[in-house]
Design a protein around this ligand. Structure first.
Ligand code: 7TS
Length: 416
């Protein structure tokens, strides 16, 4: 099982480098993933043989670029089980995708007294846009809490989702605890009251099989850069019927049909939501990333990460002074913790000096950290190219951190 990490690692050129004297162990995959050579080449290749603007000129390069761009859309649609490619809108990232829904869908539908239901697991990018939309409409944001074992409290969810609920905006997989939310169950509750379901899939689409029909969601957002693709390309899936009804988010070129000096009519979906020149090379390279992930298999990737995280937990739990943020049903490739007397940023700095890249902080999930009772955590997040040697290096580096601070006495306070 741990075999895939070792065999895939040579495909990722960045992992060959040293950090100081140590080989790089990259465990910050929840922030962004590294890119395989085929994706880097796909980007370069687009600019070498196909670069042109899309959907406008008739020359050969323009048709080649348009064809590659639209084939990338088809590939994304197939990857997440969308019914039609027109339900796939290319955006910059998850954040932009959720803002698109909050502006173009929510603001025109919310009335005073309506409620938007979120969860305490939500990343800020699936929380702040809803706060803004609610403030504009005199609506209210309500949050589904966690149980003590870091699962979403589905009983309370059933009492919070009610006749006033217009939108249920949830995280599929937490970027801090790795908790996987039972989206299909929440969708059923939302359907009963006629609310729309928006899924932040930034941490699920890159790491496990995701099918929009199984989840029964209306919108689903994710980022290319967390799934081996380039930065600056992301995806919003939206149910066709809803996208067709919605006004545009941004306006300008490409998203219009007819423009008079004082009025304009809108293009069909998906172009209605893709104003201006899109990131064509990014979309094409994202399609290459999807091919790479599919060849390995999403279920295989999910199981591989779970094996590594479980191996890490077993060892971490034996290190003195470690408080584990570990959901009872597993953390799915994410290992977050804090250490007594050592600030998370100090832990991350020492780990870096040992060549181990992790993230420390609140991971853009401050409400969740309030619930956890700590201002910050250290997070190691695994991906398909990691292996058991990386777990060994993480554990060794944490022991070094422990020894270093024991010698120096208590950690100084470092601001977040
Ligand atoms: N939603 C979740 C669950 C995320 O983990 C992130 C990024 C986002 C949304 C935003 O994605 P973006 O591509 O629009 O920036 N999470 C992290 C993280 O955990 N560390 O750095 C970024």
């Amino acid at each position: 099982m741990a075999g895939i990490g070792k065999s895939l690692r040579p495909d990722f050129p960045i992992l060959e480098q040293k950090i100081g004297r140590n080989s790089l162990v990259y465990l910050d995959n929840a922030a962004t993933s590294q890119k395989p050579r085929v994706v880097i080449e796909s980007l370069a290749n687009f600019y070498q043989i196909a670069n042109s603007n899309v959907h406008r000129s008739v020359h050969t390069l323009a048709e080649r670029a348009t064809d590659l761009y639209e084939r990338a859309r088809e590939k994304v649609a197939e990857f997440i089980g969308a019914e039609h490619p027109s339900e796939i809108i290319f955006v910059r990232n998850t954040t932009e995708a959720i803002n698109l829904v909050a502006y173009a869908f929510a603001r025109s539908r919310l009335a005073p007294g309506d409620e938007i239901v979120v969860t305490v697991l939500n990343h800020h990018s699936n929380l702040v846009p809803w706060q803004q939309a609610a403030a504009q409409s005199d609506a209210k944001v309500r949050a589904i809490p966690l149980t003590r074992d870091l699962q979403l409290d589905m009983r309370t969810a059933a009492s919070i989702i009610g006749p006033r609920t217009k939108i249920v905006a949830i995280t599929h997989k937490s970027n801090v605890t790795g908790t996987i939310v039972d989206v299909a169950a929440l969708s059923r509750m939302a359907r009963q009251v006629g609310a729309a379901v928006v899924i932040d899939a930034a941490q699920s689409v890159p790491h496990l099989p995701v099918d929009v029909h199984q989840l029964d969601c209306d919108f689903l957002a994710f980022s290319g850069h967390k799934m081996l693709g380039p930065m600056g390309i992301g995806v919003l899936y939206g149910r066709r019927e809803l996208l067709e009804q919605m006004p545009p988010f941004m306006t300008g070129g490409e998203m219009v049909l007819e423009v008079e000096l004082e009025t304009a009519t809108w293009n069909d979906i998906p172009l209605k939501f893709e104003a201006g020149t899109p990131n064509v090379a990014g979309a094409v390279a994202l399609a290459t990333a999807i091919d790479y992930l599919s060849a390995v298999g999403m279920q295989t990737i999910a199981e591989h990460e779970k094996v590594l995280a479980d191996a890490a937990w077993k060892r971490l739990e034996k290190i003195e002074g470690i408080q584990c943020v570990k959901p009872s049903l597993g953390s799915n490739g994410i290992v977050s913790f804090s250490m007594t007397d050592i600030h998370p940023h100090d832990v991350a700095t020492i780990l870096d000096s040992e060549g181990v890249a992790v993230r420390a902080g609140h991971h853009c999930a401050q409400p969740l950290h309030k619930v956890l009772g700590v201002p910050a955590t250290v997070r190691a997040s695994f991906y398909l190219y990691n292996d058991h040697d990386d777990v060994d290096r993480l554990v060794d580096a944490l022991r070094t951190a422990r020894q270093f601070f024991h010698k120096r006495g208590r950690s100084r306070e470092v601001p977040l």
